[in-house]
Design a protein around this ligand. Structure first.
Ligand SMILES: NC(=O)C1=CN([C@@H]2O[C@H](COP(=O)(O)OP(=O)(O)OC[C@H]3O[C@@H](n4cnc5c(N)ncnc54)[C@H](OP(=O)(O)O)[C@@H]3O)[C@@H](O)[C@H]2O)C=CC1
Ligand SMILES: CC(C)=CCC[C@@H](C)[C@H]1CC[C@H]2C3=C(CC[C@]12C)[C@@]1(C)CCC(=O)C[C@@H]1CC3
Length: 345
């Protein structure tokens, strides 16, 4: 029988550690003196002292090798929301998370912090100052959200103080920052194709965008405050910048910062939503013969035209959370880092 290494409280693993958020988490953990193993389907970078284990989280044996001697696991792996592959989302976020839980319990891991998403309660209609006790979306806006709900449920239900396995879920919203592969690149690509001319709705819908370092701060606080007697056990926590901003102001600040014109013409929200639905149905109908990826999906239109901002009062109270980087500074640092995406003069 293989000998089990005794878990050390400063030894952790980051599943999904090669991704955008995962890499920031790894860097911060190393700075704070943790010894870190990364488990990911790809190796994105190298950091002295960080051990990489390349593998699929659906493979329990591969996970077990990475979890030897680990007492704390961060699980922030997921297929990208834009991939629209229902069976992949289910395989990784639901079945894969079950495998992660089994592997953690077998390896003697004591704590697990899941990166969930605030969108688990979002159905495409307004959420203002949403608290964690809102019910899970009955009609999730996409397969990504559907499987993030199932994933969060599995992880929180696995919390068992008697067995000494504690879990907590962090629900960030709209993560942005340098190296983000989604938000700024999609925005710039849309602007370069001349499609960032329109504001959907009245432009006054408030949304949370969260600077990546604040999300990391929330994860580490949660891990360090998660103890058998603490209120965090088995609970979900919103982590945001706590500065809701008009969606279209945020987009405009990033665009203008990179030298592009901000959108200025208004289109009625309902009209654009119906057009996006029609386009989406057409894409589905044509899928057997033609693979199209429209910019305007109903989900994106809903995100761009509704309020969706959340309260982080629970995180402030239970873990002393406060954002470390303001929205203004976060946007400035992000814009500065995307010099290569600036509009050519
Ligand atoms: N970005 C955001 O705005 C928000 C993100 N979240 C959540 O935060 C987490 C991190 O997101 P983010 O950093 O943006 O995403 P990334 O896609 O950048 O990171 C996820 C990482 O997980 C890897 N991965 C995917 N499938 C597997 C698998 N089967 N086995 C092992 N590794 C795998 C990815 O590899 P590959 O790139 O090759 O797929 C990638 O390296 C996710 O759980 C996401 O749901 C929540 C709210 C908002
Ligand atoms: C707060 C939150 C959940 C942010 C998520 C980020 C992405 C979903 C957005 C990043 C770029 C956005 C974007 C649009 C929708 C939402 C994003 C994809 C549009 C497609 C909305 C319609 C337009 O006019 C163009 C926009 C391009 C950028």
């Amino acid at each position: 029988m293989a000998t089990r290494i005794r878990p050390s409280s400063k030894r952790c693993a980051v599943i999904g550690g090669s991704g955008f958020l995962g890499r920031y988490l790894v860097e911060q953990l190393v700075d704070r003196g943790y010894s870190v193993s990364v488990f990911d389907i790809r190796q994105g970078y190298e950091i002295p002292g960080v051990t990489f284990h390349q593998g699929d989280l659906c493979d329990k044996q591969a996970l077990l090798a990475a979890l030897q001697g680990v007492s704390l696991v961060f699980h922030c792996a997921s297929p990208a929301p834009s991939c629209d592959d229902r069976s992949l989302f289910h395989r990784v976020n639901v079945d894969g998370t079950q495998t992660v839980l089994k592997a953690c319990q077998e390896a003697g891991v004591q704590k697990m912090v899941l990166t969930s998403s605030a969108s688990v309660v979002y159905e495409g209609t307004d959420i203002k100052d949403g608290k964690e006790d809102l019910p899970y979306a009955k009609k999730p806006i996409d397969y990504y959200t559907e499987t993030k709900i199932q994933q969060e449920r599995l992880v929180l239900e696995a919390c068992d103080t008697e067995k000494g396995f504690l879990t907590v879920a962090i629900r960030p919203h709209g993560i942005f920052g340098p190296r983000d592969p989604q938000l700024v690149p999609i925005l710039v690509d849309t602007a370069r194709r001349g499609k960032m001319k329109f504001i959907i709705g009245d432009g006054k819908n408030l949304v949370d965008f969260t600077f990546v370092e604040n999300v990391v701060h929330g994860h580490i606080l949660a891990a360090e405050r998660l103890r058998p007697e603490s209120p965090l056990c088995g609970k979900a926590y919103h982590i945001t910048n706590d500065e809701p901003v008009y969606f279209w102001d945020f987009m405009s600040q990033v665009l203008v910062g990179l030298g592009y014109d901000p959108p200025k013409y208004r289109l009625p929200y309902q009209l654009v939503y119906v057009l996006a639905m029609v386009l989406w149905l057409l894409v589905l109908f044509l899928r057997p013969v033609l693979q199209l990826r429209p910019t305007f999906t109903p989900m994106r239109v809903a995100l761009a035209g509704t309020h969706h901002f959340y309260s982080c009062a629970r995180a402030k109270q239970d873990m002393g959370y406060q954002p470390l980087v303001s929205l203004k500074d976060g946007i400035a640092r992000t814009v500065e880092s995307y010099a290569h995406l600036r509009k050519a003069a």
